[in-house]
Design a protein around this ligand. Structure first.
Ligand code: AMP
Length: 598
């Protein structure tokens, strides 16, 4: 295999993309990807994995496609001779510059380029790399030139995907987990190893090329590396102290759940890199955190995790999560750091001084973490206690809420309590303050469709169809329609953002009985608060689990004003969590006895 030149034609890849786009079934998607991976070489497999997700590199590299549409239009003018105004008009009608490119190239007269060479995946990828990397003076011109060079060689269908790729609007509906499934299916199993490798390196291209070259063995050879983010361990949720303790064998470690931003900090010698929950490198936004960690982490090399919480420099009080938004800027960063300082609360250590720690039990990891931290006023471990009865847990919860936290995280401390990268599981359970009283839970739900408003709101999106994530089936299942809680600015923002994400048919990974006015690719996560969970004949979340021919719905849902940009759709509230919430509601109603609905 080694040494063979990669030769998959781009037109062949495009034919797979057309098939992916026309299917509405996830399993079919997986099978199409298996066929595709079978046809390519290891090196190409990596590139194809990125391209299929609309990317060139893993998120932490920080180089994205996403050329402005205006520039892409200029490239199209150069190649077709059609003026920009006309192209913009066509774009307004279709909302998809890819389709416009296809139409324009179809009506172009016989190609007059000298080069009759077919575009290969290899060549397209390397040209896209160039386009993404041009910077500084004259960069725009170079981008336009490079793109028009590619378009001149492209067929109409190839042009459609080239344009979608460069403008960052690929969105085939394929998720990283769909690719992992396909790789496992191609290798005849080993999904767990492949997923573990991906969770440790956050690099779908690396995993795809390794699996293609060496099978599952290739995936097993991938480990944690300094400077490369590990996909974060996630939590399940429950709504009562009793249930949580029961789940954890009556012994757990309860910690304050701080309402800030998760950071994974990599230290090697004096270099500090900060990764967000979604594996972006956010170091430049937090020069103060870099300084704090340089001083406060005593190990030479380390990967540790903390929650950064904004606080009021006058009172020292913790501030809500939204205040951290002030740090998302490119300029005046030092000033923002002074105005909106953060405290760091550390809760895990994945690696210290050459030793991976993820397979150690929680309390051992925490002990190692404690040993390397030079604690100060705003640099410390999370507040925590071992709990073994519900009363102690509830008292601790009240203390956490009084201290300004969202609730608590209760963690498994048995010998199996490893750091499960990238996975949700019953090793960490969140218990939020809203559960303490009545069901006014917040849920993080994914927009999958939208309805246009009536009356004052006509012409604008007024209501959204929201879904929860089914992590077993890797699909999104609807759970409510939400039309309240939106300010005018929100509706304008949503109309502007969602219209280009609209699809003519139901996205492949969405399960819905309701038909919205437009379908939307499952990408945007919003925080929703509801009054209770009820059985519903029109929503697919938990369908048939609690009652025949019924799913679950959130009653009286309202938008809280919080766009969960820090969450990917796969991080949304899961169907399982909603089923659990419904069950625990029943328990409260019937006084502790679990009853089945009739
Ligand atoms: P959620 O975002 O509601 O799914 O809750 C999980 C998040 O809580 C994690 O990703 C962390 O950002 C945050 N968090 C706050 N305090 C802790 C803690 N003590 N342990 C783990 N995660 C925490």
């Amino acid at each position: 295999m080694a040494g063979r030149r990669a030769v998959l034609d781009f037109s062949r890849l495009v034919s797979f993309y057309e098939r992916l786009e026309s299917t509405t079934k996830r399993l079919e998607m997986r099978d199409i990807l298996v066929e595709l991976f079978r046809e390519c070489e290891p090196d190409e497999a990596g590139k194809i994995a990125y391209l299929t997700l609309g990317e060139l590199y893993p998120a932490h590299v920080g180089i994205e496609l996403g050329m402005a549409e205006k520039l892409a239009i200029r490239a199209l003018r150069l190649v077709t001779g059609v003026d920009e105004q006309r192209i913009e008009e066509m774009l307004r009608k279709t909302g998809d510059l890819g389709l416009v490119a296809e139409q324009l190239l179809s009506s172009r007269r016989a190609q007059t380029t000298l080069s009759l060479e077919e575009l290969t995946v290899e060549r397209v990828y390397s040209q896209l790399e160039k386009i993404a990397r041009f910077s500084g003076e004259g960069a725009m011109e170079m981008k336009v030139k490079a793109l028009s060079g590619l378009l001149a060689q492209a067929s109409p269908k190839e042009a459609k995907y080239l344009i979608r790729l460069v403008t960052g609007k690929m969105r085939l509906g394929v998720a990283d987990m769909t690719i992992i499934d396909a790789l496992a299916s191609m290798s005849g199993g080993g999904k767990e190893e492949i997923e573990r490798a991906y969770n440790l390196c956050s690099d779908i291209g690396l995993v795809a090329s390794k699996v293609k070259a060496e099978g599952v063995k290739g995936a097993s050879s991938i480990g944690m590396r300094l400077g490369v983010p590990v996909r974060p361990m996630l939590a399940e949720r429950l709504t009562s102290a009793e249930e949580i303790l029961e789940k954890l064998g009556n012994n757990g470690y309860a910690e304050y759940k701080y309402d800030g931003e998760r950071m994974q900090i990599h230290k090697f010698d004096s270099e500090i890199i900060i990764f967000s929950r979604r594996q972006e490198n956010i170091t430049s936004q937090f020069p103060d955190v870099v300084e704090m960690c340089r001083r406060g982490i005593k190990a030479r090399t380390a990967i540790v995790e903390c929650e950064a919480v904004a606080y009021d420099p006058d009172t020292g009080d913790m501030l809500p999560f939204q205040e951290l938004m002030h740090r998302r800027r490119k300029y005046d960063i030092e000033k923002a750091a002074q105005l909106y300082p953060v405290s760091l609360f550390f809760f895990d250590a994945l690696y210290i001084d050459g030793e991976p720690l993820i397979d150690l039990p929680l309390l051992e990891r925490r002990e190692r973490l404690a040993r390397i931290l030079e604690v100060s006023d705003n640099f410390m471990l999370t507040e925590g206690v071992v709990v073994s009865d519900p009363e102690t847990l509830d008292k601790f919860m009240l203390r956490a809420v009084e201290a300004g936290c969202e609730g608590v995280m209760v963690k498994d401390i048995s010998p199996k309590s490893i750091y499960r990268a990238g996975a949700r599981g019953w090793l960490w359970i969140k218990y939020k303050r809203s559960y303490v009283s009545k069901l006014t839970d917040t849920l993080d739900l994914v927009v999958v469709g939208a309805f246009y408003g009536k009356g004052k709101r006509s012409g604008r999106i007024g209501t959204l169809l929201m879904a929860a994530y089914d992590d077993e089936a890797d699909v999104f299942k609807t759970v409510c329609k939400v039309g309240t809680g939106f300010k005018d600015e929100d509706l304008e923002h949503l109309t502007r953002t969602l219209t280009p994400m609209a699809m003519s048919q139901k996205p492949a990974r969405v399960e819905s009985i309701m038909e919205p006015d437009i379908w939307v690719r499952p990408e945007m996560v919003l925080e929703i608060v509801g009054d209770e969970i009820t059985l519903s004949p029109i929503h697919t979340c938990g369908w048939g689990v609690l009652a025949k021919d019924a799913g679950l719905a959130v009653r009286f849902p309202r938008f809280t004003g919080r766009y969960r940009e820090d969450k990917s759709p796969e991080d949304a509230t899961t169907v399982k969590e909603i089923i659990e919430m419904y069950k625990s509601q029943l328990k409260t109603i019937v006084g502790g006895e679990e009853s089945e609905p009739t």
